[in-house]
Design a protein around this ligand. Structure first.
Ligand SMILES: Cc1cc2nc3c(=O)[nH]c(=O)nc-3n(C[C@H](O)[C@H](O)[C@H](O)COP(=O)(O)OP(=O)(O)OC[C@H]3O[C@@H](n4cnc5c(N)ncnc54)[C@H](O)[C@@H]3O)c2cc1C
Length: 380
């Protein structure tokens, strides 16, 4: 994809920031189990969080493709920090598009500037794939909703300032049509969290969020009552393309480190790079990553052009993390016994990208989406 001068400039800013500021702290952030708020504010000040959001709400009105370029660069330095970009773009778009003007004016600028982090609360203990089959209830009481129930597996829940929450306002038999989306500040009385012990992305952390008779004004609703699921879920097409780029950014970092390593490491009297058995798997990784990158950018370009891209986005979400897992695994092996050490970042990248083979929907669910779209298009 040919970039505009402005896009190349923003990509270079993100690249410098990711390589100089983020990469050296990637493993430290895992140990600290959080993303420093000053770092998030710095990214915001550089224009690296959700720049596609509307200018009148505090965004920069840039194309979605620009956000994709940033997601890959930040993913290269620290793929966990890229969660901040992706949550910002996903939730920022939902709030900007479906929130009341006052609510949008309050939150969108804070997301873009890095002052606020907003989590997304969809999954429940009973399951995530069948997302519309949720039970957390929002009972109407005058000009408030009373929330009761539990969300599970929510990224950044214990670091976030608010959560875009999907709750049931209708009957269980209403399915997706009985679901309403609300913006809930995390410091609202009755909200509490409990963090999971995870294999990866520890700087992000996943938690259950408990809602114990939580009172939320009706004005915090996103989209009309009962239409939250259907309207708001369309935003996931955007985050899925960004996740693909986040993951291949991490894989590209491991590949670049591997190309350098194979020229330094010697075996059988010379650098191991002399063996095609060493370089070809890396070359294959470059090819796979280049293909996924172009697919993700193409998907974002379709979004910018207002064209359908649900099937493409599902493919990005399925192939991005999977390709990154395969490539980083190969890079780890290329580093021999050093690769197996916790001192090198490949093992952490492998654990971190693997989480996104599940988060935001598994490969099976993405293939269900692709199949549904293709069957509809080919309906006899
Ligand atoms: C790193 C990470 C971050 C996450 N962040 C968030 C977040 O911020 N917010 C949030 O709401 N959720 C989040 N999640 C939850 C995630 O979205 C769910 O885990 C995911 O949607 C799958 O739901 P489940 O775990 O309940 O699996 P289940 O729905 O129980 O599925 C179990 C298995 O069965 C398969 N399966 C289910 N139905 C079908 C079918 N019809 N056909 C074929 N296979 C099927 C699934 O693919 C999966 O392999 C995160 C998860 C992870 C791992």
């Amino acid at each position: 994809m040919i970039l505009s001068d402005e896009q190349a400039q923003i990509r270079d800013t993100a690249r410098r920031f990711a390589r100089e500021k983020l990469a050296p702290g990637y493993q430290r952030r895992e140990a600290e189990a959080r993303v420093d708020r000053a770092l998030i504010a710095e990214m915001g000040a550089l224009g690296l969080i959700a720049p596609e959001l509307p200018e009148d709400l505090g965004g920069y009105g840039m194309p979605s493709v620009t956000s994709g370029l940033i997601a890959e660069e930040i993913g290269y330095g620290d793929m966990n920090v890229a969660y901040v970009q992706i949550l910002g773009s996903l939730n920022g778009a939902i709030i900007a598009r479906h929130g009341a003007p006052d609510l949008a004016a309050e939150w969108v600028g804070r997301i873009v500037s890095g002052q606020s982090v907003v989590a997304i609360g969809l999954t429940e203990p009973r399951g995530g794939s069948d997302a519309a089959n949720l039970a957390l209830s929002a009972r109407r009481d005058g000009d408030h909703y009373i929330l009761k129930g539990e969300k599970s597996s929510i990224s950044m829940a214990d670091q976030a300032d608010a959560v875009v929450l999907f709750a049931r306002t209708g009957e269980a038999s209403d399915g997706a049509r009985g679901v309403t989306a609300l913006l809930v500040p995390m410091d609202t009385p009755g909200v509490s969290t409990l963090r999971f012990t995870d294999l990866g992305s520890k700087a992000i952390g996943r938690s259950s969020i408990f809602f114990d008779e939580v009172r939320i004004p009706v004005a915090s609703r996103l989209a009309a009552e009962g239409s939250g699921f259907i309207q708001v879920m369309q935003g996931f097409d955007f985050s899925r393309a960004l996740i693909g780029l986040q993951c291949i950014g991490a894989a590209q970092a491991s590949l670049d480190e591997s190309w350098a390593y194979v020229q330094e490491r010697e075996a059988f009297g010379g650098p191991i790079a002399r063996n095609q058995g060493v370089t070809f798997p890396l070359a294959e990784g470059e090819g796979l990553i280049a293909a996924v990158r172009q697919l993700c950018l193409h998907t974002l370009a379709l979004r910018d052009a207002g064209q359908p891209h649900t099937s493409e986005a599902a493919i990005c979400k399925w192939l991005g993390p999977k390709t990154a897992v395969d490539v980083i695994h190969q890079c780890l092996l290329t580093h021999g016994h050093y690769g197996w050490s916790l001192d090198l970042p490949h093992q952490q990248r492998l654990r971190d990208v693997m989480g996104l083979e599940i988060g935001d929907g598994t490969a099976q669910i993405m293939k269900l989406i692709v199949s549904r779209e293709k069957l509809r298009a080919a309906r006899p």
